[in-house]
Design a protein around this ligand. Structure first.
Ligand code: SF4
Ligand code: FES
Length: 366
């Protein structure tokens, strides 16, 4: 086993509590397990340990990180350690006073998620009247001089509005818009049938994105995250397992990716071990690091150092075995599972917007 690279970013999932009910949420289904959130002092220790490991970026997300009353203190802690700090938020809870405090604490960047281009559609997907508050938060972010990223998760029910979504981001003065096709874990997996777009929808969205990219070059960066199921080569999920990034869940569990909590692997918690031990030596981070663990067809494939066999969570979700090649890969013996899902999404008798199961409210720890 080769010496692991150092993590350049830590994703601090401060809480899974969230006012929204998005049907594509990637947070765990068993939220009760995460109610015992780390304290402020514990988060500050985790950040200091991450910095010692060489981590340069701290991304604060959730759930809704603004629901943590100590968010300003935590951001200040990361800033004082010399880290680049990013708040990943729905925008709800970003009052002018809070924003000023976060600015003074050294917050460098804000990413606001929006569900669609106008209030009725966005609020329907979010399960809450929230669009106007999100827009107000985005305006506030620009007024305070922060760089703004607008993030929109794309799926069957909003991908037809990509042109309007890009126009909204332009009007808001966003520096970056991230159009991320849904990843099918957590609630999104449960709602996959209603969320997976058709080939025709994707082709039309991609043409719009290509045109907008040219038109907006130098003004607004446009990131388009391809939908896994329509590719035939998997992405190197998280840049490879335990290679560049680590996530810390609200309860202190450390994860190589956002969905790894579902895998049958030993846990690793900052309550019990140092971040350095977890990153370098824990069985969890060692499990799929590098290429030694790979079975065929990955073991002898010349892309194994490029995509690291794709996504372990997707392999587990689709086959029940996290060591198999990602079924998105056309060389995987399980590729038929993905083809069947794609074929169902392209069945002309399917409705455009089937019902989804909304993510419920997790209880807020007291
Ligand atoms: Fe990637 Fe494995 Fe497919 Fe090769 S066989 S392209 S390494 S997933
Ligand atoms: Fe876990 Fe891809 S989401 S490895």
């Amino acid at each position: 086993m080769t010496e692991p690279l150092l993590p350049f970013g830590v994703l601090a999932e401060l809480t899974y509590a969230c006012p929204l009910h998005c049907a594509y949420c990637s947070n765990p289904l068993d939220l009760a397990r995460y109610g015992d959130e780390l304290t402020t002092a514990q988060w500050l220790r985790v950040l200091a340990e991450a910095r010692e490991l060489g981590t340069l970026q701290a991304h604060f997300s959730g759930g809704e990180p603004l629901l943590r009353r100590d968010i300003v203190e935590i951001v200040r802690g990361a800033h004082d350690l010399g880290m680049y700090t990013n708040l990943v938020t729905s925008g709800l809870g970003l009052s002018p006073l809070r924003a000023e405090k976060l600015r003074a604490a050294g917050l460098d960047h804000v990413q606001i998620s929006i569900q669609d281009w106008e209030a009725a559609a966005s609020d329907r997907i979010a399960g809450l009247r929230s669009f106007e508050r999100k827009i107000a938060a985005a305006v506030l972010v620009r007024r305070l001089g922060w760089p703004l990223t607008v993030n929109v998760v794309l799926h069957r029910q909003n991908i037809g509005n990509v042109a309007e979504i890009i126009a909204l981001a332009e009007r808001l003065g966003a520096d970056r818009v991230e159009l991320a096709n849904t990843q099918y874990y957590g609630w999104a997996w449960r709602n996959r049938q209603a969320l997976l777009p058709s080939r025709e929808q994707l082709a039309s969205a991609e043409a719009i994105v290509r045109e907008a990219r040219q038109r907006l070059e130098g003004r607004m960066e446009l990131i388009y995250v391809l939908p896994d199921y329509y590719g035939d080569q998997p992405k190197p999920c998280m840049g490879g397992w335990g290679r560049r990034l680590l996530a810390v869940a609200p309860n202190g569990d450390v994860l190589p990716c956002l969905a790894a909590h579902q895998l049958p692997l030993p846990r690793a918690s900052v309550r019990e071990r140092s971040l350095e031990w977890i990153w370098r030596d824990s069985p969890l981070f060692q499990a799929f690091r590098g290429t030694d663990w790979m079975p065929e067809p990955c073991r002898s494939c010349d892309r194994r150092e490029l995509d690291f066999g794709g996504c372990r969570c997707q392999a587990f979700q689709l086959t029940g075995d996290a060591t198999r090649a990602d079924p998105v890969c056309h060389l995987s013996p399980d590729h038929g599972i993905v083809l069947a899902a794609v074929s169902a999404a392209n069945d002309p008798s399917r409705p455009g917007a089937a019902r989804t199961t909304p993510r419920p409210h997790p209880g807020r720890p007291g």
